[in-house]
Design a protein around this ligand. Structure first.
Ligand code: ADP
Ligand code: MG
Length: 677
């Protein structure tokens, strides 16, 4: 059996189990052993019955006097007595009627569970048991607990993992020996066995150290190789024109923040080189990335180069085109800005294409449709990608292929990626962070509101709406389901439009609408044809509706902090005081985490919190980032990350990746994920 063998080849995996495993993302034997335990229960303490103390215990016993009965409808109790040479103890199972026939008299068992006093008698409640052996998996050891899917219990996974580890032939070390020695790492085959069935807490710690290291090491290696390749590309030098830059800045209606100034300066230096720029401009919502983009574009345009700015939606592209037009007009370059989107008429397109070909249009703003157009891009000097994660690797590649050379690339994102994470994941990028907000913004007032207090809240909100302001309502899901608790966008829309805000105009927006319909609903909200927009997180991306002053989030505890912060960034863009109301899905729902949103407006801090509490998936809820699926390494573990980074560097200096085929494979699968080009 090999890592790539389908799980169905394992004994005990039929169609049903295979389907359930697939639900956990496990399809191959390799996937199964890569499905590391979520946590462990320590039952390694095998004790004589006589010495039992309350707590988690394992005993080695024979089991007799087994009897099962229904005490009332729906409650079955199995009673048994377990004995070793030192004494006896009572075992009790609820609703496991098969126990009485499954237990073989006279056999030696390991029985594990919580020993304690119940109704005046000491007993072990609902214990696990298995025949005593030299390699128990459910008892008498540190027991792995796996993520459970519906109908797929931890012990089933345990049995299968054990089987897989027994059958697997190709568990091989794939890191160089010098690296293992240098970092004092446990060998791979051993680490995999220990992570599932640890022989001691120390061995488990070593296994985790090894597997965590390798996660970050491989990720970093992929990023470094990407960077090497980028450096080998030839680009076009765009000289820095200081006079023009100063003129642009002087004519702005505001003063640049230091962070904007610094980012623009670094970009100018990058573009001046023959090597293509590959920079990530990160800045919280409202930090002013667009001006920096405009400054970068200006330099390219002035030198006769073309610039393509791509946004994830047509509405965003339109807003960008407007903003850039007004900014560049100040220095006389407004006429060269053109919106290029799918909805233009064939005639409009034809004219635009001709103007691009003869150089009259130099800044093209559009969606990814931009790269599908038959546009002449030989003079393309700079690509600016807003909210880069919304573009696939392939789309980026195509755009670059069109230029015939590697243009400078500026990626912009409002996702607050903590620096530690950015360095690991996007190691091939240079990073600029706008960590400073333009002055004079109103802080968005954020409040956690009990679901019981809805009526009062709605009354308060209605005053704002009556005064002409607008509200976003964001729901955790689209359609009603067992777990939605009445909080799906469709249901909330129904309630608000049919009852609570019957007298207001309410719109509904979600990801299942066609993209044209989405744009239409959004445009209507922008035009103030709706007072309220009920939506899912599809509104996350930076659409500007300065007239929206309220963000209400239903089922708030189901969102990541960084995600809510992004959502809240949709309001507070005008000069008016804005509000963000967080309503938990029930009064029992835990809210302490949400309090961080009330007290801090710093997206990076919130992202760090998310990272600690929920892992990177919380920040990248919208991404299909295989790479971020770090199972063991904590990205907040700066020592681990620094160590893995320097090791990856050393590896590249000393070794040829081709000599390590397994490592090469792993790196390859990650390169597609981390490569932003
Ligand atoms: P984001 O980083 O979210 O894309 P924008 O570029 O849309 O932010 O900027 C948000 C708002 O802040 C815009 O209205 C912009 O004109 C304004 N702005 C940008 N930079 C400054 C500054 N230095 N001082 C004052 N206002 C600024
Ligand atoms: Mg923006």
């Amino acid at each position: 059996m090999e890592l790539s063998s389908p799980v169905a080849e394992l004994k005990g995996v039929g169609k049903e189990v295979a389907k359930k495993l697939a639900g956990l993302g496990v399809e191959t034997v390799g996937g199964l052993i890569g499905n590391f335990p979520r946590r462990y229960d320590d039952y390694s303490n095998v004790l004589p019955v006589r010495g039992l103390r309350p707590g988690n215990v394992t005993i080695e016993v024979k089991v007799g006097q087994v009897a099962g009965r229904y005490v009332r409808r729906g409650l079955h109790i199995t009673d048994a007595i377990a004995s070793d040479s030192t004494g006896s103890v009572r075992l009790v199972w609820f609703n496991q009627p098969y126990r009485s026939t499954a237990i073989k008299q006279g056999q030696l068992y390991f029985v594990a569970g919580e020993y304690g006093l119940r109704r005046g008698r000491f007993s072990i409640l609902n214990p696990s048991m298995e025949l005593a052996s030299s390699f128990p998996i459910n008892t008498a050891r540190i027991i792995p607990i796996y993520r459970e899917a519906k109908g797929l219990k931890s012990y089933t996974v345990r049995k299968l993992v054990r089987e897989a580890l027994r059958e697997l032939k190709d568990l091989k070390e794939y890191l160089p020996a010098w690296l293992l020695a240098d970092k004092n790492l446990m060998a791979y085959p051993q680490a995999v066995k220990q992570i599932h069935f640890p022989s001691s807490p120390e061995a488990l710690a070593q296994a985790r150290a090894r597997l965590g290291f390798e996660e970050v090491f491989v990720l970093t290696l992929a990023a470094l190789i990407n960077k090497q390749e980028n450096l080998a590309e030839r680009g076009v030098s765009i000289p820095y024109n200081e006079v023009l830059a100063k003129e642009f800045v002087a004519k702005l209606p505001f003063k640049l923040t230091d962070a904007q100034r610094k980012a623009a300066w670094l970009i100018y230096q990058d573009m001046n080189k023959n090597q293509p720029m590959n920079r990530l401009l990160e800045g919280d919502v409202g930090s002013g990335k667009t001006v920096v983009a405009a400054m970068s574009a200006l330099m390219a345009i002035e030198q006769g180069f073309q610039v393509a700015l791509m946004a994830p939606t047509e509405i965003l592209a339109r807003q960008h085109a407007d903003t850039l037009l007004s900014l560049l007009s100040r220095v006389g370059y407004g006429e060269q800005v053109r919106l290029l989107v799918g909805s233009l008429s064939p005639d409009q397109k034809k004219t635009a294409h001709a103007m691009i070909a003869n150089g009259d249009i130099r800044l093209m703003v559009g969606t990814h449709a931009l790269i599908a157009e038959k546009v002449d891009m030989r003079r393309l000097g700079l690509i600016i990608i807003d909210e880069q994660h919304r573009f696939g690797v392939e789309q980026r590649k195509k755009l670059q292929a069109k230029a015939g050379h590697m243009p400078h690339v500026l990626h912009m994102t409002a996702t607050p990626i903590p620096r530690s994470l950015a360095l690991t994941l996007y190691g091939e990028l240079d990073i600029s962070i706008l960590d400073e907000m333009p002055p004079g913004r109103h802080k968005i007032k954020t409040e956690i509101v009990s679901p019981h207090a809805r009526a009062d809240l709605y009354a308060k909100i209605d005053e704002e709406l009556a005064a002409g302001w607008q509200m976003f309502v964001v729901c955790p899901l689209i359609t009603d389901s067992e777990t939605s608790g009445g909080l799906s966008a469709e249901e909330v829309y129904g309630r608000l439009s049919g009852r609570d805000f019957k007298h207001r105009r309410v719109g509904l927006l979600h990801g299942r609408l066609k993209s044209q319909d989405k744009d239409e609903v959004m445009q209507k909200f922008i035009n103030h044809e709706y007072d309220i927009l009920v939506s899912t997180t599809v509104i996350e991306v930076g659409v500007d509706v300065p007239n929206a002053s309220i963000m209400l989030i239903e089922g708030a505890e189901r969102f990541g902090l960084a995600q809510i912060h992004q959502l809240r960034g949709r309001v507070g863009r005008g000069a008016h005081q804005s509000y963000c109301y967080l309503i938990p899905s029930s009064v029992q729902a835990p809210t302490p985490r949400l309090r961080a949103l009330v007290t801090t407006a710093d997206g990076f801090k919130l992202a760090e919190l998310d990272l600690d509490i929920r892992g990177p998936g919380a920040i990248y809820g919208t991404l299909q980032h295989g790479a971020l699926d770090l199972r063991i390494a904590k990205l907040s573990d700066t020592k681990l990350i620094a160590g893995a980074r320097s090791a990856a560097q050393t590896f590249l200096e000393r070794e040829n990746l081709k000599k390590y085929p397994i490592l090469q494979d792993r790196v390859k699968s990650l390169r597609a994920v981390t490569n932003l080009n």
